[in-house]
Each structure stands twice: as C-alpha cells, then as structure tokens.
Design a binder for this molecule. Structure first.
Ligand code: AP5
Ligand code: MG
Length: 191
C-alpha cells in the first residue's frame, strides 16, 4: 500500500501536485488545511478554534489536528487503500503521531515528497492566488508569518524523514507537469 506525505512551504504546490498524484495512483486525499476550512465554514467548535490561528498564519495546536486526522482515517474506509497526506505533519509531534497511527493500522509512510521552491516564488504564487482564492490567509502579512512558521516549526521535519530514509527532495520550480514528472519518478522508485 502506498502512503504519501506531500511536504513543503505554503505555496510550494502541495495541493496542485496532490491532484495529479491522486489521478495517477488513486490515493485518498487528506489536506488538513481543507478539512479545517470546511470546519470553519460549517461553524463547528473545531472550526471556531482554528479560525484565529489560520488568520494569523499560526499552526493549530497539535492535539486538535492529530484527533481530527484520526477521525478522518476512521470515518473513511477508503483510506485503507492508501492516502496522500497534504499539509500534515507540520511538527515533530505530528510526525510521531502519524507513525503511531499508521502502525496501529498495519501500515506506514511510504515516501515523503518534499517540494523545494524559492521564497520569492512562494510569495508571488500566494499573492497571485490571493486575488481570487478568498482565503483569509492569502495576504502579504499572513503569508510572511506562514513562511516564518514553516521555517521555524515545520522545516525540521525534513531531517526527521531523511533520518527515516523516506525523504525525496523534489525541485519544485518549473511547470506543474515538469514537477509532476519528478514526483512520479520518486514514487515509482518506492512503489
Ligand atoms: P494549508 O491549507 O495546508 O496551507 P499551506 O501549507 O499554507 O499551503 P497552501 O495550501 O497555501 O499551498 P500549497 O502548497 O497547497 O500550494 P498550491 O498547490 O495551493 O494550511 C493552512 C493553515 O491551516 C495553516 O497555516 C495552519 O494554520 C492550518 N493547518 C493546516 N494543517 C495544519 C497542521 N497539520 N497543523 C497545524 N495547523 C495546520 O499552490 C499555490 C498556488 O501556486 C496556486 O495558486 C497554484 O495554482 C500555484 N502553483 C502551483 N504550482 C505552480 C507552479 N509549478 N508554477 C506556478 N504556479 C503554481
Ligand atoms: Mg494546499
């Protein structure tokens, strides 16, 4: 079974490449950002808590995210056939919890696809998307804090997964198709 973590800074193309990966490999997509935005839209307790963190570009507390993810795994039987995790894990405790959750379910992370994109390109992409996305965090100030949070709290996961022998460093600049071709090569090597 194939479980892919797609990893990278805000705007690195995790959502865009996830769609292509799903099309080719038929995985179940879990984007924690999308799940949180749906919770906000539905006005749930979790959504109301998450809203303030997302608007500031900060991470939602680990335990809330870990419980939310376990709930998505348990309520979607199709996740048993393979998952693409997009935007999760974002901290070492989340990565440890993911290892544990998958182990309990008799499986593990197959590969971490890490998208490497220059910071100026990330800002350009997100500002451009901000003109149409309606996302409360696609404005210059929040983009800056999302990038700081990524650099300080999330990027250490790269070393975590290199140590586990699971990290595939993917050049994330270029066209969507060029980047996907690099990802396919990396996934096919572990499949
Ligand atoms: P999340 O929704 O995960 O957002 P993010 O990580 O900031 O990343 P984005 O979704 O903005 O970018 P992406 O990498 O998916 O790129 P995309 O393909 O869209 O998280 C949002 C918030 O939720 C967090 O800040 C946090 O508060 C909270 N949260 C979520 N998960 C959490 C967790 N695990 N723990 C705690 N808190 C959590 O591409 C971006 C743009 O670029 C698009 O317009 C796209 O069309 C364009 N584009 C893509 N590829 C290319 C290319 N090759 N060339 C040119 N343009 C491109
Ligand atoms: Mg995304």
């Amino acid at each position: 079974m194939l479980n892919v973590v797609i990893f990278g800074a805000p705007g690195s193309g995790k959502g865009t490449q996830s769609e292509l990966i799903i099309k080719k490999y038929g995985l179940f997509h879990i984007s924690t950002g999308d799940v949180l935005r749906a919770e906000i839209k539905n006005g749930t307790e979790l959504g109301n808590t998450a809203k303030g963190f997302i608007e500031k570009g900060q991470l939602v507390p680990d335990q809330l995210i870990i419980d939310m993810l376990a709930n998505v795994l348990d309520s979607n039987p199709a996740t048993k056939d393979g998952v693409i995790f997009d935007g999760f894990p974002r901290t070492i405790p989340q990565a440890e919890a993911l290892n544990e959750m998958l182990k309990e379910r008799g499986t593990q992370v197959s590969i971490v696809v890490g998208l490497d994109v220059e910071e100026s390109e990330l800002i350009d992409r997100l500002l451009k998307r901000g003109q149409i996305s309606g996302r409360s965090d696609d404005n210059y100030e929040t983009i800056k804090s999302r990038l700081d949070v990524y650099n300080n709290q999330t990027s250490p996961l790269k070393a975590f997964y290199i140590k586990e022998g699971k990290y595939a460093d993917i050049q994330g600049m270029g066209t969507v198709e060029e980047i996907f071709a690099r990802i396919e090569k990396a996934i096919d090597a572990v499949k």
